[in-house]
Design a protein around this ligand. Sequence first.
Ligand code: AMP
Length: 277
Amino acid sequence: MPTLIRDVAALAEATNGTSPIALVPTMGALHRGHLSLAKAAKQNGAQKIIVSIYVNPLQFAPHEDFATYPRDLAADCQKLDGLADIVFAPDNLYPTPQTIAIALPPLAQELCGQSRPHFFQGVATVVCKLFNCIRPDIAVFGLKDFQQAHLIRLMCAQMNYPIRIITAPIVREADGLAMSSRNAYLSTSQRKQAAAFPRILQTAAAAIESGTATTTACQHAANELQQNGFVVDYLQARDYATLAAPQNNKIIILAAVQISTTRLIDNIACTPPNATD
Ligand code: AMP
């Protein structure tokens, strides 16, 4: 079983001398998607793998699910048996009010940031604190949160963190739904409905790959989602490498939808037939 560490001082002692150290930041309620990140850390040569588990208040708006977010530290530690050396689960990373934050580029106000304007600043700030507490050599992020991984990579480069950022592919349920701690909020019928989300994105990606205009495919997908009972927060195609407006290159389709009060996100990459890159 991994060693459970609950405060920053003890962490410094436990990590002293080992390298490379990998950090896998999570909010807990672990599933196979999270576990795949610990495995990716190992495959990338990590000697010590630290999984942080912290439901970060800074990234939730008052009306969001901070209070009800699933928490089960004992079960999480069990799931990490053989996959992580340390679970860092601080009681509170903000012993004094956090008045300093990481400022991000305008991209942080787009896509997920449009309906969650403080989200990425909260994420970047806690990741920055975790980087400073743990000083990892490697940090692993899932491509399920594609925009988040992109912004963390930017932060790391521009703030000169000597940390190798590794991304790992989306782990999905058998019916294609991306694994998420929030899937636990779905009722049986909502869970069935949710499977249409990745299917519709997949259809849009296939249409783009066979020559349908990106805007047409995205508009069609958004209509399909609405017809299948989803409220569409956004569905957009962006340039895969930069997340700017799509160029004549590889594309990423990113979307967020709501089923009742549960918000789900997903994305899929595709390459139009005339792409140059
Ligand atoms: P979270 O606990 O939801 O904040 O996620 C922690 C990390 O796990 C983030 O880097 C996510 O992108 C990653 N993650 C969450 N779900 C998945 C998944 N289904 N596949 C791969 N990575 C995931």
